[in-house]
Design a protein around this ligand. Sequence first.
Ligand code: ADE
Length: 229
Amino acid sequence: MLIDILTIFPEMFCAPFGGGLVRRARDKGLITIEIHNIRDFALDAHRKVDDYPFGGGPGMVLKPEPIARALRSLKRGREEPKRVIFLTPQGELFTQSMANRLSLEKHLVFICGHYKGIDERIREKYVTDEISIGDYVLSGGELAAMVVIDAVVRLMPGVLNDSQSALDDSFQDGLLDCPWYTRPRVFEGMEVPEILFSGDHRKIEEWRRAKSLERTRRRRPDLISGDDL
Ligand code: ADE
């Protein structure tokens, strides 16, 4: 998968993508991430990327030309990108099923906005998807892009060592994850549930499913359909 990111703060991506899961996926050749500084596509000598909003009001708006030029530069020698994603609190709320769908794409482009956002005409002409990572306002789209990319990349085959572990995740089957335990068997007086030592894999699976349901019903009843209740 090719991931292009358009940003005015390219350095923000160094640490999160320089280690951990995304680094591993890059090292294995499963993804290529290219970070493009929108400022490099500015038209003037001062490399200006933002301007005052027409009609007045506080804040600045990212100008359309540098973003359009950056997008056009991506297409050279490549297939047209399928998805051009703008990160915004006005977008569709990001979910695990969206992450699953995006993990099947060959080419994703992320546009990170700042200030009041980007000129509306970029959204009209170039953006195919608008994604929000939650009902709160971040200072820019960079952190949101990192969240989406992390959730998508870990679903790609070959990224996680134990592919089963992604399937077991909270939300992957529409439920929150069950509790997990490791050594020691007794920790500060608290014992690991007996069933986990039974060796009966069917019973353990049933127990995990029951715990998942119980936890989901208590914490996120909105996730449970009538059939599960
Ligand atoms: N940019 C600013 N806030 C955001 C949010 N909640 N989700 C996605 N992009 C954003």
